[in-house]
Design a protein around this ligand. Structure first.
Ligand SMILES: Cc1cc2nc3c(=O)[nH]c(=O)nc-3n(C[C@H](O)[C@H](O)[C@H](O)COP(=O)(O)O)c2cc1C
Length: 182
C-alpha cells in the first residue's frame, strides 16, 4: 500500500512516529510531508531522524511540484497526523496553501481515504464546523481521544490504540491492542 502521511504543527508527533514505524514494519510505501510548524513540533516531541528513516520519500510543504499534487499519481490513503486546526480549516475550505492541503484535496476529489487526526481541546465553534465540513467532503475525522476499555498501562498503549484505529480505516491489519470482546 502507498500511504501519504502529513505531520502538521499540532501536539501529537509521537502518534505520527508510531504510525510511520508500523507502516515501515509492514513494508508499506510511505510518502511523508512535513509542514514547517510540524517539523518544529516533531523536534520538540519526537525523534525527527527516526521519523525520516521510516519514510520512503520526504517533502516540504512548499514542494508543490511533488507527484502528490496530481490525482494521476496512485495513492491508497492519506493521514494528517497530528492535524492542526489551521490545516483542518484549509482542507475543509479548499484553500490549497501548501502541498499537504493540495494532497488532501486530491484525496477527496479522487474519492480516496483521507484521515484527519485533529488535536485541540476544548473546541471552538469554527473548529467543530470545519470538522463537519471535512466529514461531509469525505474525510474521516479521528480525534486522538483517551480510551480505557482496552486497559492501557502506558502512554504507548494509548498511542497504539489511536494508531490501530487509523490502520483500521486504511484497511491495514494490526495487532496493536486487544479488541473489545477478545
Ligand atoms: C508548542 C505548540 C503547540 C501547538 N499545539 C497545537 C495543537 O495541539 N493544535 C493546534 O491546532 N495547533 C497547535 N499549535 C498551533 C499551530 O502550530 C499553528 O496554528 C500553526 O500555524 C500550524 O501550522 P501548520 O498546520 O501549517 O503546521 C501549536 C503551536 C505550538 C508552538
Amino acid at each position: 500500500m502507498r500511504v501519504v502521511v502529513a505531520i502538521t504543527g499540532a501536539s501529537g508527533a509521537p502518534i505520527a512516529e508510531r504510525l510511520l514505524e508500523v507502516l515501515k514494519a509492514g513494508k508499506h510505501q510511505v510518502y511523508l510531508i512535513l509542514s514547517k510548524n510540524g517539523e518544529a513540533l516533531v523536534r520538540a516531541e519526537a525523534n525527527l531522524e527516526k521519523i525520516k528513516l521510516y519514510a520512503d520519500r520526504i517533502f516540504r510543504e512548499d514542494e508543490f511540484e511533488a507527484p502528490l499534487s496530481s490525482g494521476s499519481f496512485p495513492v491508497d490513503g492519506m493521514v494528517v497526523v497530528p492535524c492542526s486546526m489551521k490545516t483542518l480549516a484549509a482542507i475543509a475550505n479548499g484553500m490549497e496553501e501548501n502541498l499537504i492541503v493540495r494532497a488532501a484535496l486530491v484525496s477527496l476529489k479522487q474519492r480516496r481515504k483521507l484521515i484527519l487526526v485533529p488535536r485541540e481541546t476544548p473546541l471552538a465553534e469554527p473548529y467543530i464546523i470545519n470538522m463537519l465540513k471535512a466529514t461531509r467532503a469525505g474525510a474521516v475525522v479521528l480525534p486522538p481521544v483517551l480510551t480505557f476499555y482496552h486497559s492501557p498501562k502506558t502512554i504507548q498503549d494509548l498511542i497504539d490504540f489511536i494508531v490501530g484505529r487509523i490502520l483500521e480505516i486504511l484497511g491495514i491489519e494490526h495487532n496493536l491492542y486487544k479488541r473489545w470482546g477478545e
